[in-house]
Design a protein. Structure first.
Length: 727
């Protein structure tokens, strides 16, 4: 039973005596505590976020609040006294202000807390919601707004959450990028002024910036030590993560949907549920925060069905691009099965009847097999794949169409368009986005996926892509005075469609792809089994991109494919072993013509795939420790995966820089049992490339952690994959 402290105090206001009370509001996980306080009866103050405290320390915190600064639990425009605010509302009568008082607090047995607030003058209410996830030390925080006025209100800013962070040597880790260089890590101290991380793409959250950050409270961020806060906004559209720092004591962190240029018009009697922000706190640095997010994703359904093993797949894209021909695909399927593959995925180019999809500028929306390319249809390929004991998967991009498509010819009103303005086009100079705010369009998307899956129940996997941003800002389905709701309602519509699809097809695996890694986020991942990390499959650059993604997402949901050399994206020539060693740290796949490999390469690939099947449970269920960062000065990158019972570990090591007289660091492991003895085995030995450790060699956990393994890492693109077993 939680002790809830209520302190009655006597307040004199304009000569009248009131009984006002303070009440602490705590949200707790196994190791963390978020503390707010209701003071003077109806005002909400933020007090603390950090490790759990005992009663005495908690009381001290409540007593010792700095009186020089007022930190409202959720500051709003009108009563924030000039300080930055999370919400600004324009009331039906034009009044621009809010003045919220606490009207009640609901606590649920699972530890969730709702703080109900209402405006003192207008019939609008704001509910602050907090949900703790005990085991993973995550606390979700979000807001629901209810309009009880007679007319619509306009939200000019509507952040989901506010968190003050005490100033000091505070650093920020964030991820920015572009197509083919997603999730690039940037680290910098937080300074006075405003820093806003945001996306304005409209359709995708995260090509250019990601909706997650880490905040290190003890100076320059470290992987395995230091007090660190992580925050992830669970939203697939435009977002804003804002640090507003004045000279006073705190950095103010606001997270939510980006309100510019798209405020939200909320109808009378309606409730707007804003996306959640997941916070976590760890004393074990960035790695601790990542492991909390990984555990939360896996145990709380924040990525779809993380309990089932991910199949090893061959995707047709980089092998044939749009040039799909039945005999070539059949050969790919056969060759893939000979390598030990489990799933074959037919990417873009298989559909379109009136207009063939030979170039990426037509046919989206016409989801019928192009029989000129596949005379025996999808059915034929499914049969070939199943005859080989494998599963079949298919690429779709259901929210889009092209000028040259039957869909657009039939339903020109289904695309977003800015009134009478000429349409602006995306990929291929003709791609347009369908209006997911329109219920008819949502039905079309749901029915299309449903009929594909119901018509071919053997389809085990879908790759759901999104290759163009939201270019034409206007919806014929929304009324004239609700046009600013597009950015929000689009994503609400998308999630509604996904929910309906999932209700009917719970077993199909679905990959989240956004022109590479443009759209993975915790708003969408509850419906997707995995995501495509990047269209850049150059293994060397992938080490950086995957490193960034792993900061917030568990590795086995990250699609990582071995592709051809020279790389189609960078032209880099990388040995097959390095390519496999990099891809095997997540969900392994391939993205090339197996027939283009030499016999030696194929033989190696077959063994590497067999090895992956053995280590897959550890990649999926183990804890990931990032060791040497590719961003650091060591010239290496390495990660360790450790099984829950500590009996097994895998070390991945990659050489990222190569020069004469280079000092090769030792690879020091972490979190092993110092007194236990471990034997090592090197996997993925490539013919002619020397071993880096002697198989069966024994080391104490202490030695491995203090001294580390000495690996030669001699040649350019050297890499090593070492399995450790506790004896
Ligand atoms: C996007 C995806 C690729 C591929 C192509 C197909 O770029 O990220 O993997 O599916 O579309 O057009």
């Amino acid at each position: 039973m939680k002790l809830i402290k209520t302190i009655l105090s006597v307040v004199f206001l304009q000569g009248v005596q009131f009984f006002a009370f303070s009440e602490e509001i705590s949200i707790e996980t196994s190791n963390t505590l978020m503390l707010l306080e209701r003071v003077e009866g109806d005002t909400l103050k933020f007090v603390y976020y950090g490790p759990r405290l005992d009663r005495i320390d908690q009381d001290r915190l409540l007593r010792e609040k700095d009186p020089s600064i007022v930190l409202y639990g959720y500051p709003v425009f009108g009563t924030s006294d000039g300080a930055p605010y999370a919400m600004q509302m324009e009331h039906a009568d034009g009044n621009q202000t809010l003045d919220l008082k606490v009207t009640g607090i609901d606590r649920r047995p699972d530890g969730s807390v709702d703080i109900n607030m209402a405006d003192r003058l207008f019939p609008v209410s704001v509910k602050l919601r907090y949900k703790p996830y005990e085991g993973s030390d995550v606390i979700e925080s979000w807001v629901e707004v209810k309009n009880g006025e007679e007319g619509a209100v306009r939200l000019h800013r509507f952040d989901s959450s506010f968190l003050p962070i005490e100033q000091g040597d505070v650093w920020l880790s964030r991820l920015h990028g572009d197509w083919a260089s997603e999730a690039t890590l940037v680290e910098e101290p937080l300074r006075p002024g405003m820093l806003q991380i945001k996306t304005t793409d409209g359709a995708r959250s995260s090509h250019y910036a990601r909706p997650e950050v880490m905040i290190s409270l003890d100076g320059k961020p470290c992987e395995n030590k230091g007090r660190t806060i992580g925050a992830a906004l669970e939203w697939s559209g435009n977002f804003s993560l804002r640090f507003d720092t004045e000279s006073r004591r705190v950095h103010r962190f606001f997270a939510g949907v980006l309100a510019e240029p798209s405020g939200y018009v909320l109808d009378p009697d309606s409730v707007l549920v804003l996306p959640r922000v997941a916070y976590t706190y760890s004393r074990n640095g960035k790695g601790g925060v990542s492991r909390n997010f990984h555990s939360w994703a896996k145990t709380e359904g924040k990525v779809y069905r993380t309990d089932r093993p991910r199949d090893i797949l061959l995707n047709s894209w980089e092998g044939v691009y749009l040039n799909i021909k039945e005999p070539v695909i059949e050969k790919m399927v056969n060759d893939w099965s000979a390598l030990g593959g489990e799933l074959f995925v037919l990417d873009d180019g298989w559909f379109g009847d009136k207009y063939p999809r030979n170039v990426d500028n037509s046919s989206l929306g016409d989801w019928r097999t192009d029989r000129r390319k596949l005379p025996h249809g999808i059915e034929g390929l499914i049969k070939t794949t199943q005859d080989k004991g494998m599963k079949f998967g298919l690429w779709i991009e259901p929210e889009f169409t092209n000028v040259r498509s039957k869909l657009y010819e039939t339903h020109p009103d289904w695309v977003l368009r800015a009134g009478g303005r000429p349409l602006r086009y995306g990929r291929g100079g003709t791609q347009m986005i369908l209006d997911m705010t329109n219920p008819e369009v949502r039905d079309f998307v749901v029915n299309l996926v449903d009929s594909l899956l119901s018509g071919h129940p053997e389809i085990a996997y879908l790759k759901w892509d999104c290759n163009t941003f939201l270019l034409n800002y206007g919806s014929s389905s929304l009324p004239a005075d609700r046009q600013t709701n597009i950015y929000f309602d689009y994503h609400k519509g998308l999630t509604d469609a996904l929910k309906r699809i999932r209700a009917k097809h719970p077993d199909v695996a679905i990959q989240n792809c956004g022109g590479g890694g443009g759209r993975y986020n915790y708003g969408l991942m509850p419906y997707f089994d995995e995501f495509w990390v990047s269209d850049n499959t150059d293994a060397w650059q992938r080490v950086f991109i995957q490193w960034g993604a792993s900061m917030f997402y568990p590795p086995h949901v990250m699609g990582q494919h071995v592709s051809a050399s020279p790389s189609h994206q960078t032209g880099r020539i990388i040995p097959m072993k390095f390519r496999f060693d990099v891809a095997m740290s997540g969900r392994l796949g391939m993205e090339m013509l197996p027939s283009a490999m030499t016999e030696t390469e194929r033989d190696f690939a077959r063994k590497a795939i067999a090895n992956y099947k053995e280590i897959r449970p550890l990649i999926q269920n183990g804890e990931q420790y990032r060791l040497l960062s590719p961003y650091g000065d060591s010239g290496m990158a390495s990660m360790e995966y450790l099984s829950a019972d500590g009996s097994e570990a895998i070390l991945f090591a990659y050489k990222m820089k190569h020069y004469q007289n280079q000092v090769i660091p030792r690879f020091r492991l972490v979190a092993l049992d110092p007194d236990a003895i471990y034997s090592v085995e090197e996997l993925n030995i490539y013919p002619g490339v020397g071993r880096q450790v002697a198989d069966g060699e024994k080391y104490s956990g202490r030695y491995l952690m203090e001294n580390g393994l000495r690996l030669s890492m001699g040649s350019e693109y050297s890499s090593s994959l070492i399995r450790l077993k506790r004896l």
